[in-house]
Design a protein around this ligand. Structure first.
Ligand code: ATP
Ligand code: MG
Length: 620
């Protein structure tokens, strides 16, 4: 078993490595010609990259890698490349390529902006990679093997037994001839491979003569029919970094065992080379330094691209950009900002130890940001009619009073807005109970509440349908409470109090909307743990579409992407499906972490949710 790695903050560790490298002049300095995107000539070279395979959309895990790699380039005045690791001859997935470019830029990974190094394609290096492969064969460091995949796996040995490879002693001349014939298309798929000649007895199985090239007769989206042999990931990846002059090749922990292999490949190429090119094989190639860090893992979240693709294909979600998906697309549509995602990546730091982060921390990053920036509005998601029976007493029964509502208590400069108050209103169905339990401080027969920014109202009666459901709540209002203010003390000095404040929307002056309320995609903290299948833990109630929601009038004009806090309900943003007159809102996040409260309740701990009646919406 591997020794436990100290949970040091790798970011700091990385910074120290880079500082030390820079002090020692390890990677040289940027020449004026290299300073193409905001760098200063003479700055020690720091070059990072984000190397996605274009076979899916980016998710929140990738965000961590982008933030780390771009962040270091920015911090040290270096360069950051976006490189598509397209060594697999799969059909062209232009859709993924386009989405990745856009998502990286959205998140702030400025591959073409300041400190950007540009966009690169691994497939552009196929010819160079092949030339180096021939060189390794010539040096006796690689050979063509006739075993097929099944035979190779049968001969791979175990910890006590070395692997076997009957063609290992083939002469370089014979291997070179076979490699060229492989490349020329003489052999069928899988008939031969090119293998590195390293160590069949190595306890690190990655070093047991790994395959460098395989035969695949398939066209490639970039190189077309030019190749029928394709480089394996391990051979390709370290060469891509070398070719681009990547200094710090940052990858996730599972590649720790591959590091000796990458080092071996580069050293093998450099065998017989010299700095000035006076050796047999030209000049030395660049040897990047690999550094590993722990993947970002979140509770209630699955990041496997295969699984995400499956639920998209199966129609379990509406697409890669479904707001419940952990993809950057989905999160953006749900209302996540790039800043909140970057904040999470910063908060969790970079470690060398695998750990699972509470998804609540991600949600908190968004709440913290939107609490400061999102304008407040009132919206009723599940409307129940409230009629003020004495509204006629203070003037015409159809009169409209404009109330003054604060736009953002966290931001004085956001000012106030007028909201229409009328004799018929909508309140949240949940805010009324005919037979309330104790401590239900909202509306109930005989009870009085404050309508935020409106008036105090007391429930005097209800109207029911044939089935006995309450369809209307009848109230009286107190004209002395305009704006929701406390009434003056009574003649005997008594002060009237209300415990509850609820929100409302005029029944005659409003905007209708569809509101999509999301919950977590998985109901288990560690999806798949119970049965071994992620599917078994999909939350069947992760989406609720509320088609009868009513909002403050002004929201009829809300634009795609705009974000608001709906008082007492959470943060919401306008979805791309919105049309003039038919606004669609997504709930980005609730106001409080309801899941944390639920688990506290389960555990019977203090901090369990207060009974429904206690008011989150404070006094005004
Ligand atoms: P696959 O193994 O299916 O290719 P992947 O998530 O590794 O999936 P890549 O496109 O290879 O997909 O990932 C691009 C980069 O993102 C890699 O450098 C990888 O290390 C990094 N990365 C992927 N997942 C995470 C994660 N959860 N946390 C941090 N970095 C990640
Ligand atoms: Mg990968």
């Amino acid at each position: 078993m591997r020794a436990r790695i100290a949970p040091e903050l790798l970011r700091k560790h990385l910074e120290q490595i880079i500082d030390a490298d820079n002090a020692a002049g390890k990677w040289g300095q940027l020449s004026p010609a290299e300073c193409t995107s905001g760098q200063t000539p003479g700055t020690p070279r720091v070059h990072t990259r984000f190397p996605p395979e274009p076979n899916g959309y980016l998710h929140i895990g990738h965000a961590k890698s982008i933030c780390l790699n771009y962040g270091l380039a920015e911090q040290f005045g270096g360069k950051f490349n976006l490189r598509f690791d397209d060594t697999n001859p799969s059909k062209e997935e232009q859709e993924y390529v386009d989405a990745i470019k856009e998502d990286v830029a959205w998140l702030g990974g400025a591959y073409e902006g300041k400190f950007g190094g540009g966009i690169f394609w691994a497939s552009d290096y196929f010819a160079q990679m092949y030339a180096w492969a021939e060189e390794l064969v010539t040096k006796g460091l690689a050979y063509v093997c006739d075993l097929n995949a099944e035979q190779m796996s049968q001969m791979r040995g175990d910890l006590k037994t070395p692997a076997r490879s009957p063609h290992r002693e083939r002469s370089p001349q014979e291997s070179l001839d076979l490699l060229r014939r492989m490349k020329a298309g003489e052999f069928p798929d899988g008939a031969k491979t090119l293998r590195a000649k390293i160590d069949l007895a190595s306890p690190n199985f990655v070093l047991r003569d790994p395959v460098m090239y395989r035969i695949v007769h398939a066209p490639h989206h970039n190189t077309g029919d030019a190749w029928c042999i394709y480089p394996m990931y391990d051979w390709a990846h370290c060469l891509e970094d070398s070719i681009e002059g990547i200094t710090h090749s940052i990858c996730t922990l599972e590649f720790r065992n591959n590091r000796p292999l990458y080092d071996w490949f580069i050293d093998a190429i450099n065998q017989g080379r010299t700095a000035d090119g006076s050796g047999k094989y030209a000049t030395l190639v660049h040897h990047p330094q690999q550094i590993e860090f722990a993947k970002l893992k979140l509770t209630y979240t699955v990041m496997s691209k295969r699984f995400l693709l499956q639920i998209v294909k199966d129609g379990r979600v509406s697409g890669w950009d479904d707001p419940r998906m952990p993809t950057l697309r989905g999160m953006r549509r749900r209302g996540y900002t790039a800043t909140s995602i970057r904040q999470l990546c910063k908060d969790v730091g970079v470690t060398t130890q695998d750990s699972v982060i509470d998804v609540g921390r991600l949600e908190n990053c968004l709440r913290d940001e939107l609490n400061k920036s999102a304008p407040r509005r009132m919206a009723v998601l599940r409307p129940l009619k409230l009629r003020i029976v004495n509204w006629g007493e203070g003037g015409a029964a159809d009169r409209v009073e404009m109330m003054n509502a604060i736009n953002n208590p966290e931001d004085q400069s956001a000012g106030t807005r007028p909201v229409a108050f009328t004799g018929e209103l909508f309140i949240e169905r949940d805010d009324f109970m005919e037979n309330p339990p104790k401590k239900f401080f909202r509306l109930a027969p005989g009870a009085e509440v404050r309508l935020r920014y409106g008036y105090w109202v007391r429930c005097v009666d209800v109207v029911k349908d044939a089935a006995g459901n309450v369809t209307e709540v009848l109230c009286t209002y107190d004209p002395q409470t305009r704006g929701g203010d406390d009434p003056p003390p009574g003649p005997d000095g008594t002060v009237r109090k209300v415990k509850g404040t609820i929100h409302w929307v005029s029944a005659t002056r409003n905007a209708k909307a569809e509101v999509r309320v999301f919950d977590r995609l998985f109901s288990a903290e560690t999806p798949g743990e119970r049965t071994g299948s992620f599917f078994d833990d999909l939350n069947p109630n992760s989406l609720e579409v509320l088609r009868d929601a009513v909002l403050e009038e002004s929201l009829a004009q809300a634009k795609h992407g705009e974000r608001f806090q709906f008082e007492r309900l959470g943060y919401f943003c306008v979805d791309q499906d919105s049309r003039p007159g038919a606004v669609v809102f997504n709930r980005s996040v609730t106001l409080k972490d309801t899941w944390a409260k639920e688990s506290a309740k389960d555990a019977g701990k203090p901090g369990a949710p207060a009974p429904q009646g206690s008011q989150p919406g404070a006094k005004k």
